[in-house]
Design a protein around this ligand. Sequence first.
Ligand code: ADP
Ligand code: DP6
Ligand code: CO
Length: 384
Amino acid sequence: EHEQDHPHQVPAAFKIQLPTPSTPIHSATVSAPTNIACIKYWGKASSHYNTPINDSLSLTLDQADLRAVTTASCCKCFTEDKLWLNGKEVQMNASTLKRFRACVDGIRALASDKVDDITHQIVVTRSEWETMPVHIASYNNFPTAAGLASSAAGYAALVASLVALYDAREEYPGQFSAIARQGSGSACRSLYGGFVAWRAGGEREDWSDSIAEPVVDEMHWEEIRAVILVVSNKEKETSSTKGMETSVTTSRLLEYRAKHVVPQRMKEIEKAIQEKDFESFGKVTMMDSNQFHATCLDTYPPIFYMNDVSKSVVTMVHVYNEWAEEIRAAYTFDAGPNAVLYTLEKYQVELLALVLRYYPEVGEGYVNNSELRKEAMEFALEAG
Ligand code: ADP
Ligand code: DP6
Ligand code: CO
């Protein structure tokens, strides 16, 4: 009966509601780099607050290298909060949802009273944000979940995009990093450039002291370089979250490491960074990577993140350093087979030459600075 009243309607078609000036889409786009830890975070003290059993320290990579680009949008015309990763909508499970909510709700609660939306020439008040669902879309320019800290760049960019959208303000220094931490632990360190420490915290009941802070000025050790060797871009079988959960419950070595090894190493590495002492920096970095992977082997059932190629990179670096009679390169591996080599600017070409010679496919694919690659190739040919 109802249909007969409207004979002109096409049954299978429906009107698409496009946003009108009265329902504008507010948006902000940011980019955040990944960071690679020299002293590793592995093991949670509180899974609810996502806090670690030990301090950690990393170097945030240059924005030009590995990064996530994220757009956060808000509109009254959206029906629910959504997340896209590399072009695909993420079907959030309980764990992802909790991380996502902690970041969105955490930053939205810090929104400015009034935000000037220049594009739409309107002012949005804090309470209005609550009425608008948020859509977040992110792209990584490097392999996701392959042990190159995509979760770090990803959640740092997610938090930063919301900060930009809501024009959020911290109530205390490090509050944004405490929120990013709830997305992914390693993400709290990606909000700052250069060498960054994540202090485990735990003095305060709400873990608001579990935050990241730069240990030196971003420009302090400009000569430091990171070379990324992508051995495999496959997604790892054991996520970092799952892996460390099993390690905490089964590895006695992890317990020992957190209590008796890391505190001393944090002091050593911070001193090495202050003094630009690559010899000490490199040694501590390599030893800590090795101990982290030893705790993975000590986990029951054991977890193997490094593969045969990873192990041969370890050998190559030690042979190189022995030949040089000093530490010129240091390897570190996160939860995956991919190697990150730290070196100094003056050894960069020499190191790349070695890499290109022994791992031509790795070099071709991922030493993406063609100028540098050419120089390294010539160096390798000359040196035979
Ligand atoms: P990785 O070593 O790459 O950090 P993890 O196991 O720690 O691997 O985390 C991978 C997970 O992080 C992905 O499955 C995804 O849920 C999340 N993630 C990665 N990149 C992003 C991003 N750009 N935005 C939001 N979440 C992301
Ligand atoms: C080996 O930060 O990815 O890269 O907090 O569960 O998201 P969640 O874990 P995540 O773990 C990183 C582990 C590591 C070491 C490090 O980055 O410090
Ligand atoms: Co991660």
